[in-house]
Design a binder for this molecule. Structure first.
Ligand code: URA
Length: 237
């Protein structure tokens, strides 16, 4: 880890907002290597310094993993001058340099999105070879059929590539318009294109699960929170 501003570092570790940690630092509540440091802009190397707040050591986590319930209308991109992105929705205390959405959801797609600064983990999660299934609930403009289920299982041929086999489930007690599909690839508009190849339009799409990790139902659209280590392991279990 390179040197970072002390206020930013503490905020990124969930100690408080930038403003709150700034006040703590100015009041002498923060010690770096046993010495009070009263300037929030002071730079520290978190790997080689001991930082304590009110006498309690802050264990600096190397990477941050955030679960977001992505709302419709925001881009899954790091920055965009024309439209709000998922990073714009993060609360101050979760902001940190190098964060990016691990896998893109379309602007109108909602649901489970992971935001992290761990590139290796994102690669493992997204690589089709790693078999991490992503579960989506799709709302269609025409009912899905058993033929669609079979076509998904066989692998849908698209113009530019053949999709890997995917699972499609049509709830028996429903109208056939709301279905669930599990795919392990994440090509551009993949789920929408798979249904379009079967003559159906997706009119609503929500990601519910990545691996065994489920979207926290208490997160309202646009809300996010840091994930636990256990949740992180559910992605790959
Ligand atoms: N497939 C899509 O078509 N869109 C998404 O946002 C995610 C998967």
């Amino acid at each position: 880890m390179a040197q970072e501003r002390l206020d930013k570092l503490l905020a990124s570790q969930g100690v408080g907002s930038r403003k709150e940690v700034g006040q703590m630092i100015r009041r002498g509540r923060v010690l770096v290597n046993g010495e009070p440091v009263c300037r929030p802009e002071c730079r520290v190397d978190p790997e080689n310094s001991e930082v304590a707040v009110d006498g309690k050591l802050v264990t600096v986590k190397k990477y941050l993993y955030i679960m977001m319930n992505k709302p419709s209308g925001v881009l899954s991109a790091s920055r965009d001058s024309r439209a709000p992105t998922v990073l714009d929705l993060l609360p101050d205390e979760l902001h940190r340099k190098g964060l990016f959405p691990a896998g893109r959801l379309d602007k109108d797609t909602t649901g489970l999105l992971i935001i992290t600064d761990d590139g290796e983990m994102a690669h493992r999660m997204l690589s089709p070879k790693k078999h991490v299934y992503k579960l989506y609930e799709a709302r269609l403009d025409a009912p899905a059929t058993e033929e669609d289920v079979q076509a998904f299982a066989d692998g849908i041929p698209l113009k530019d590539f053949d999709c890997l086999p995917a699972r499609l489930e049509i709830p028996q007690d429903g109208d056939g318009l709301t279905v669930r599909t599990e795919v392990r690839e994440g090509k551009f508009h993949q789920v929408k294109r798979m249904f379009a190849a079967r003559g159906k339009n997706v009119v609503g799409l929500c990601r519910l699960k990545i691996g065994k990790l489920e979207l926290d139902p208490t997160l309202k659209p646009g809300e996010s929170r840091e994930m636990t280590a256990e949740e992180l392991s559910l992605i790959f279990s």
